[in-house]
Design a binder for this molecule. Sequence first.
Ligand SMILES: Cc1cc2nc3c(=O)[nH]c(=O)nc-3n(C[C@H](O)[C@H](O)[C@H](O)COP(=O)(O)OP(=O)(O)OC[C@H]3O[C@@H](n4cnc5c(N)ncnc54)[C@H](O)[C@@H]3O)c2cc1C
Length: 394
Amino acid sequence: VNIYDAIIVGGGPSGASTAFFLSRAGWNVAVVEKHEFPRGKVCGEFISATNRPLLEAMQVGGQWERDSGPPVNRVALFAREYAFSAAISTPCESGPWGRAMSRASLDCLLLHAAETAGAHLWQPWRVVRHASEEGLHRCTIQAGGITEEIRGRVLIAAHGSWEVGNLSTQLKPSKLPSDLLGFKMFFHRTRLDEDLMPLIAFPGGYGGMAHTGKGKVGLSCCIRRDVLENRRKFYGAPTAAAAVLRHILTTTTAVADTLSGSIEAERARAAGPIRPGIRDCYRDGIFRVGNVAGEAHPVIAEGITMALQSGALLARSLVAGGDQSATSLDRCGKTYSRSWSSQFSVRIRSANLFAKMAMTEMGTSTMIRSIQRFPSLLTVGSALSGKAKPFSPG
Ligand SMILES: Cc1cc2nc3c(=O)[nH]c(=O)nc-3n(C[C@H](O)[C@H](O)[C@H](O)COP(=O)(O)OP(=O)(O)OC[C@H]3O[C@@H](n4cnc5c(N)ncnc54)[C@H](O)[C@@H]3O)c2cc1C
């Protein structure tokens, strides 16, 4: 039986960042990731400029810049027949700006950085059960019909929030009409300005677009389950993704203009329901990072940022905490929860408000009228969503 200082469940951005910073501090870390990489993901793939110091610390800043799309320095609102744009907020006036990078590439890059720093990867292995006794966490892991057990003094849940399962940190299934389902589509030959990231407001949902490099533009969005079902029947669409795209193109002139003459580059992906909200950072002796700790509506494109930065915050608390006794870990849980809240709670609340406005007729009308009068509200919105909040990984 292997005994680690920490076991991290999930090798997405939150798991990789936690693993990197703990390993760099000399911890013996295992990351269990159920998928082979590279793997795609439903995600807008935009990474805010605030992550530059963290990516540099992980020694992947240069590659991120080379392999991602062009710098994004303007945000926009595409709603009904309107299109407004304004400068994006960043922590530093002269840039560097945020960029979008395919999750297939980004997640490989980050996990490789964690492995180079010394983390042991169990991939593709899935954690199927967890139990604790005498200060040790026992994880049962499975791959290709083989079952193993690994043990760790600290357990970190970094498995995201969109899948259900048997682990106590996973969310219960949901099948409500108001559930938000996520979609991702890619296009070649669009008319999207290279430096622009529009927020798309459409009835029953919201979305965004960005260049992700190599001439590809990603369109990601969330739509209410009931609206999707209704639109699918109405259009007689062969797939859910086709119904979503038709709904957006029919209701939002600027998206139709941007995508006119474009070619769909890959098969669309779907995920969800997504689970926005503030949850626990530490409970029942288990630490949580990324979407497990809390999730902002993707309308603000800050989930990867929160995943990366929460991993660094947790690692900082654990390393400063000294030993791994129950008392020290409880103290770390408190420190980490406080720093998480001061870094992310404003953007989660702002995202709730923006999402509600984008999805409803009245909210969209209010946004259009306000931005018509004060276009700089778009810049203010990007600041409220955390895009100007500096972060130092320490
Ligand atoms: C439509 C949409 C658009 C978005 N756009 C953006 C954007 O532009 N910018 C942005 O910053 N954020 C965006 N997000 C949010 C972002 O995708 C998430 O917040 C981010 O992926 C969270 O990272 P994570 O590490 O917490 O979880 P994940 O990225 O979900 O990673 C979790 C990992 O854990 C693994 N795993 C799960 N269960 C197990 C298990 N039992 N055992 C082992 N491994 C397991 C999974 O395979 C996965 O690799 C968007 C989300 C949606 C839905």
